[in-house]
Design a protein around this ligand. Structure first.
Ligand code: G
Ligand code: G
Ligand code: MN
Ligand code: NA
Length: 255
């Protein structure tokens, strides 16, 4: 309960919230092609709380709605500041949990964000899990279409861990699938992981979807991905989540 009270205070004031950015790297050129925004929380009362602890609580309690709004504003403000400084930040992906995706005014909120912070189309994208999208196809499609019209790209996060139905990929305007790190971990160890990689990349190619490998930690995994022409890499090997200033220095300022 102490944790929930502290989180509620933070949702109201924004105190102690920060955003870390993890780069999405093009393996062939080494260039940054995107970033994932990840919420970080240092509670004034409790100190650093891991996202693995506070995100599930935020989702259960509904606090993910105000917290998610704060995150979006922090990201948009950061992007505007970078652009004003003459930098060219790549598209930044924001995670949306089911509650956030299904809230009535999501599209209006995103539209307002683009306008208020002078963001070019495509500057912000979203990551959703299969389980968020699968129950209510048609309404999901309408929301996704509206987000696509604002230029947002849409990634399926943790791909392969949700439902076994694949038909939604054809029916929904998603642009990207992020192969879950549980499959990446097995590369070089289990034949099953290679089989899944082969199937997922084949499917993505046929459907014209972009593929991102997440959770890439070793050169062996990178080599295995190369064999299947997966060139977009997100993982500790190519870059950990870092604070905004570090992200700027490492990925946005070219010598
Ligand atoms: O770095 P990592 O430990 O941040 O994140 C743990 C989990 O929390 C991941 O599943 C990630 O998608 C989720 N997460 C991180 N930031 C956010 C956020 O702003 N909103 C939502 N809904 N989930 C987030
Ligand atoms: O659920 P989601 O995919 O949004 O999770 C993002 C989470 O993955 C963050 O907690 C981030 O810190 C973590 N992460 C990113 N790269 C790696 C990696 O290479 N290995 C592991 N174990 N976790 C990673
Ligand atoms: Mn994610
Ligand atoms: Na993921």
């Amino acid at each position: 309960l102490a944790l929930e009270t502290a989180l509620r205070n933070t949702a109201e004031t924004g105190e102690g919230l920060a955003v870390h950015y993890q780069p999405l790297i093009d393996r062939d050129s080494g260039e940054v092609r995107g970033a994932e925004a990840l919420l970080r929380w240092t509670s004034p009362e409790l100190g650093v709380v891991s996202p693995g602890d506070f995100i599930p609580l935020a989702e259960r309690s509904g606090l993910i709605l105000p917290l998610g709004r704060r995150l979006m504003t922090l990201v948009a403000g950061q992007l505007r500041a970078w652009r004003k400084a003459g930098l060219a930040p790549p598209p930044v992906a924001i995670n949306l949990s089911a509650r956030q995706f299904w809230q009535q005014d999501l599209v209006d909120e995103v539209r307002r964000l683009y306008a208020d912070f002078d963001l070019p189309p495509g500057q912000i994208g979203f990551e959703l899990t299969e389980s968020t999208l699968i129950d209510r196809h048609q309404r999901a499609a309408a929301t996704l279409e509206a987000l696509r019209e604002l230029g947002c790209y849409i990634a399926i996060d943790d791909f392969g861990t949700g439902y076994s139905s694949l038909s939604y990929l054809q029916e929904l305007p998603v642009t990207t699938i992020k192969i879950d790190r549980s499959f990446i971990r097995g590369l070089g160890q289990s034949r099953g992981s290679v089989a899944i990689l082969a199937a997922v990349t084949g499917l993505a190619r046929e459907l014209g979807l972009r593929v991102v490998a997440e959770g890439v930690e070793t050169e062996v995994q990178l080599e295995a991905l190369k064999a299947y022409h997966v060139s977009l890499i997100q993982g500790f090997l190519t870059g950990r989540p870092v604070a905004a200033d570090t992200f700027r220095e490492c990925y946005l300022v070219r010598p």
